[in-house]
Design a protein around this ligand. Sequence first.
Ligand code: PGA
Length: 254
Amino acid sequence: MRKPLIAGNWKLNKNITESESLARALVTDLADITETDIIIAPIFTALNRVAAIVDGSSIQLAAQNCYPQETGAFTGELSPTMLKDAGCGAIIIGHSERRQLMGETNEFINLKVHATLNSEMQVILCVGETLEERENEEMLEILTAQIKGGLVNVPAEKMQNLVVAYEPVWAIGTGKTASNEQAQEAHSFIRGLIQGLYSPETAEACRILYGGSVKPDNVDGLMAQADIDGALVGGASLKVEDFCRIVKFEKAGH
Ligand code: PGA
């Protein structure tokens, strides 16, 4: 059984004071949640202060990016170890905004995956096709390249520290969510890829999150899909009430 995981990607939002107050509100409202893992990813400069707030709570801290080197002449960058030192247990890697805006390639993303796993932190590896790719029927090819490229030389035993987030680019921040069926189809395909690269056991154990306009009103349907194990939430993670409702999604059959 895969434990659900709801992660909030705050992106470039909320200054330090605002991040602290959002984190405080979440710690209070989500104090009794044990059946779902919860992660929040504030801006870099707020990490250390938010770490103090979520310490000992049900909420774990993630960074939104890292650089795949430990230390050295890499002006403006942060290594997984430095982020761990700031209180992070996880790092979001290969988000589509970074792929598109910063030109991150699957090769570079793979280096970050290794650096993060080597620091004994959890990876949230993001993949997803653009609208153009979907319309050109290239979706499966793109997902294959992103999953295989991101996981080059990642050994099976490290896969327990890796979560995949399927985020169709056309659904991010647009208010357009993939239908439950579209999301399930992509998740099932990704699980199949992981099975091909590793084993049925590794694929069964790997959590695959859906991301792209997840909101209180669509989370329950998405979470009812067999291969959807959680959500990576952008916009709605900035609102206490919305994020808490998403974390407390209603399980199918209840
Ligand atoms: P969104 O962002 O929920 O605002 O669409 C999701 C993401 O980019 O992770």
